[in-house]
Write a protein that binds this ligand. Structure first.
Ligand code: ZN
Length: 344
């Protein structure tokens, strides 16, 4: 069969010939229906410093996907042939005390699908049973392909109270856009975001933001100070931009919460830690999704709370056109891009 892979230690991704994987004990074989492109895939495509140090080619990429179980390995009990499932990218040791305590997402022994082991951007994939999460009826299949990324947003938003709260979301990448939709579904009193790309500002408004400020065009700090004189209840920092972190600390109310999903490359910029102390702020780093609390919350949001993420899904392409999808991602003029594998 063919698969999208990092074939060589150089920029780009290729379609290569690989042996169709055989099911293993504790694993299930999936016929992939949809995949969705993630920022992580772009790092791998660009072959940046992180990717060079982490990826060992040849590696089939893709950690956000969904499909139908076509075969189960020895010892598999939770899912059966015919089940429609979505991927969770964290591969954990199910006997690890860290995982059993509910913290598999930060277990040092956790590895990642499509990064450390072969992923699912191919017509068939074999993954551990635990990583194949049954998709409830009513969840659209294109959304099922991005549960992993949506989970990042749900994990960040639901890190604290949301209903009736004023929320600032700094950075409207796809996860920031998801976060807007999740805040909306949970009944936030006001959702204000910051974003520099006009394309993403538009998507953020469509996802349900009340206002999106462009820090290159207006003084976000001043506008927020006028709107919320005592500060916002919660800030979700999703940009990885030091200026956004500073804004979060400045404009979150005393005893408010700041949930940090953005990853910072510029470690030299000083953060006003005294303000964190004197305002009694609570900062919490967010990585991945809780296994399985976040999945339960996502299911509840999608099936009971009317969470609608359609505004975030901007492109659907046949999987053979992945290169144009990567270019589209690179341009920044994209929300989530869905790859269609249903034609085989
Ligand atoms: Zn992802």
């Amino acid at each position: 069969m063919k698969a999208i892979a990092k074939a060589h230690a150089e920029p780009g991704l290729q379609i290569i010939d690989v042996v169709e994987p055989e099911v293993r004990p504790g694993c299930v074989k999936l016929r992939i229906e949809h995949g969705s492109v993630c920022g992580t895939d772009l790092h791998i495509y660009n072959w940046d410093h992180w990717a060079q140090n982490r990826i060992h080619p040849p590696r089939i990429v893709g950690h956000e996907f969904c499909g139908t179980v076509v075969e189960v390995g020895e010892g598999v009990t939770r899912v059966k042939v015919g089940d429609f499932v979505a991927s969770e990218s964290h591969i954990v040791d199910p006997s690890s005390p860290v995982y059993l305590a509910g913290n598999g997402h930060v277990d040092p022994t956790t590895t990642i699908l499509g990064v450390d082991v072969d992923g699912g951007f191919s017509p068939f994939a074999v993954i551990p049973e635990l990583n194949a999460r049954p998709v409830p009826a009513g969840v659209p299949h294109n959304v099922a392909s991005m549960m992993d990324a949506l989970g990042n947003a749900v994990h960040t938003v639901m890190d604290g109270p949301v209903e009736g709260q004023t929320v600032l979301i700094t950075g409207l990448g796809p996860i920031g856009m998801f976060a807007v939709a999740v805040c909306k579904a949970l009944g936030a009193a006001k959702i204000v975001a910051t974003e520099v790309s006009p394309y993403r500002i538009e998507l953020g408004l469509r996802a349900g933001a009340d206002l999106v400020l462009n820090p290159t065009k207006e003084n976000a700090d001043e506008v927020l100070r006028t709107m919320f004189p005592t500060g916002v209840d919660a800030t979700l920092e999703m940009s990885g931009h030091p200026g956004s972190l500073a804004l979060a600390i400045e404009r979150t109310r005393s005893e408010g919460r700041i949930s940090l999903l953005g990853v910072y490359s510029d470690v030299l910029r000083m953060v006003d830690f005294n303000q964190i102390v004197f305002k009694g702020l609570r900062l919490h780093g967010i990585v991945g999704r809780r296994m399985w609390d976040t999945w339960d919350q996502m299911t509840w949001l999608l099936t009971e709370k009317g969470l609608d993420v359609n505004a975030v899904i901007t492109h659907h392409v046949p999987w053979q056109d992945f290169d144009s999808a990567m270019q589209q991602m690179k341009s920044g003029e994209a929300g989530k891009i869905v790859l269609d594998f249903s034609g085989g």
